[in-house]
Design a protein around this ligand. Structure first.
Ligand code: HEC
Length: 113
């Protein structure tokens, strides 16, 4: 193939840029996961160890229980954190700000099947 040199000379830069973007994106995602997990362990694990529920066995964080109880989306989980049912600690904006609450919710959905 006869591709002009002025294009081929830049391929390394293009590959480098794509790799850099990809690495940054992947690292960002991973950091979110890790933080969600850390926050979950800090605030929720005492009652929801490994996604269970030591206070009320029918309300674990497993997908099966959650869906049965109508807790499907990250927003549903957030609502419970802000206004929980009986026996659960309430987590307000001061204890767990919006962004962290969302990371915890995403972590729960991604982790407990
Ligand atoms: C002191 C114990 C305790 C802590 C700490 C706790 N929970 Fe709970 N959680 C409960 C109890 C008890 C219920 C069931 C309440 C009810 O009857 O509605 C529950 C229910 C839930 C549910 C609904 C599950 C279902 O299947 O219906 C979600 C989601 C949830 N908790 C998330 C969290 C998150 C996120 C945290 C941490 C930020 C947390 N909980 C911390 C005790 C706790």
């Amino acid at each position: 193939m006869n591709i002009p040199r002025k294009f081929t000379a830049r391929w390394k830069e293009v590959v480098f840029c794509l790799l850099a973007l990809f690495t940054a994106g992947a690292t960002g995602l991973y950091a979110g996961q890790v933080r969600g997990e850390a926050e979950f362990k800090e605030h929720c694990s005492e009652c929801h160890f490994a996604g269970g529920n030591i206070v009320k066995a029918t309300k674990t964080l497993s997908e099966r229980d959650r869906v049965r109880n109508g807790v499907v989306s990250a927003n549903d989980i957030l609502k419970i954190m802000r206004a929980p049912g009986e026996g659960m600690t309430r987590f307000d904006e001061k204890t767990v700000p919006e962004e962290e609450a969302r990371k915890i919710a995403d972590y729960i959905i991604a982790t407990f099947k």
